[in-house]
Design a protein around this ligand. Structure first.
Ligand code: 3PG
Length: 400
């Protein structure tokens, strides 16, 4: 695929789609991995004399300020200012419109502007051509660089639709690096290949699990999504909220498929539970009774999962195993991070995918070097290993 470091962007208006959908704690950025991973591309373009316009979504809001104020990219703008200094000219009040055009008109080569959250317009997630065209026209972009690996599995206006309205569209270096690293590790994995899945977004992940059962040798399921499986098996989940409760049958079907294919599917065998999943909660480790919610996997599950990883040749982990941002519910996720770091040391290929998992490994005290690859994409890395053609990559002039 094309290496953009060989192209000349001097004096050109370059619109770059980044994934700045970073985890926030109030107005503070809880983990800036996605921002830092984009800096080499930003530097390459601005030092090459581009007039650089950055676009990103944040969260899943779908309506403009002030309703979606918590989804403003202002915290990201502050972080970019710290990193880029005077080259960063600020955050535009929107991503389309006359005011945006006027502001870009005053920019000099080498300067960088961040557009406000693209999802303040419903047209972004709806992949509406009118919105994509407005984004292209308002920015006057001559080139589009797609470097938002984390959103490359979405067919959305600022990811794919935009390529119809900008003369040239190329993959950025971060996207290239992610695709190469993931493909190299997962295409012909060193076996046993173990996939660890947690977190939420069960909606997106149930289908992915059914495909991963074919590819992986072992599947470990924890976090919020495990409750859909536990409920399907008739295990008591107390008052734990079950995402996609109507899909428990599908979870059961996946268990059957795993058994048929002689694949091992591991679910938690104990839970840390509390009446409220808040700091200071009283935790117990029983079968979950009514009035209680599950917040983390328990010690027996930690041991079960660590044993399942002991002989792994390749490990892919996406999604925390509990509500790890609350200390009482962090132990299972931290134990998993440490077990995977230990597997790297003994020669396994280890890949961490997804914003939440990346914050979790850092909070567990692990470093970048403790893993083979830390991906900036959660759902995107899952879909790539699933073997999907990624819409955000296919739309490019020279697709990946
Ligand atoms: C992510 O956090 O996985 C990406 O930013 C994509 O976000 P989305 O799932 O809301 O499209």
């Amino acid at each position: 695929t094309l290496d953009i470091s060989k192209l000349d962007f001097n004096g050109q208006r370059v619109l770059m789609r980044a994934d700045f959908n970073v985890p926030l704690s109030g107005k503070q950025i809880a983990d800036d991995t996605r921002i830092r991973a984009t800096v080499p591309t930003i530097d390459l373009l601005r030092k090459g004399g581009a007039i650089l316009i950055l676009a990103s979504h944040m969260g899943r809001c779908g309506s403009a300020l002030p309703h979606c104020g918590q989804s403003s990219l202002a915290p990201v703008a502050a972080a970019l200012k710290d990193i880029l200094g005077d080259a960063f000219v600020g955050l535009a009040e929107d991503c389309i419109g006359d005011a945006v055009s006027a502001r870009i008109g005053t920019m000099k080569p080498g300067q960088v502007l961040l557009l406000e959250n693209t999802r303040f317009h419903k047209g972004d997630t709806q992949n509406d051509d009118a919105f994509a065209e407005a984004l292209a026209k308002s920015t006057g972009a001559e080139v589009f660089i797609m470097d938002a690996f984390g959103v490359s599995h979405r067919n959305q206006a600022s990811v794919t639709g935009i390529t119809k309205f900008v003369p040239k569209s190329y993959p950025g270096p971060l996207v290239r690096k992610e695709v190469l690293c993931l493909a190299r590790s997962i295409d012909v994995p060193k076996r046993p290949f173990v996939v660890v899945l947690g977190g939420a977004k069960v909606v997106d992940k149930l289908h992915i699990i059914s495909i991963l059962i074919d590819k992986a040798d072992k599947l470990i399921i924890g976090g919020k999504m495990a409750f859909t499986f536990l409920k399907a098996k008739g295990v008591s989940v107390g008052d734990t909220e079950i995402e996609e409760a109507h899909r428990v049958e599908e979870a059961l079907e996946m268990e059957r498929k795993a058994a048929e294919l002689h694949k091992e599917l591991y679910l938690p065998i104990d839970q840390v539970v509390a009446e409220e999943l808040e700091q200071g909660a009283q935790t117990k480790i029983p079968i979950i009774s009514n009035g209680f919610h599950g917040g983390d996997i328990g010690p027996a599950s930690q041991q079960l999962f660590a044993d399942a990883l002991a002989d792994a040749g390749t490990i892919f982990w996406n999604g925390p195993l509990g509500k790890f941002e609350v200390p009482e519910f962090s132990k299972g996720t931290y134990a998993m991070a440490k077990a995977i770091a230990a597997a790297t040391k003994r020669g396994a290929i280890t890949i961490i995918g997804g914003g939440d998992s990346v914050s979790a490994v850092k909070a567990a005290g692990c470093a970048h070097e403790d893993f083979t690859h830390i991906s900036t994409g959660g759902g995107a890395s899952l879909e790539l290993i699933e073997g999907n053609k990624m819409p955000g990559l296919r739309a490019l002039t020279l697709g990946v």
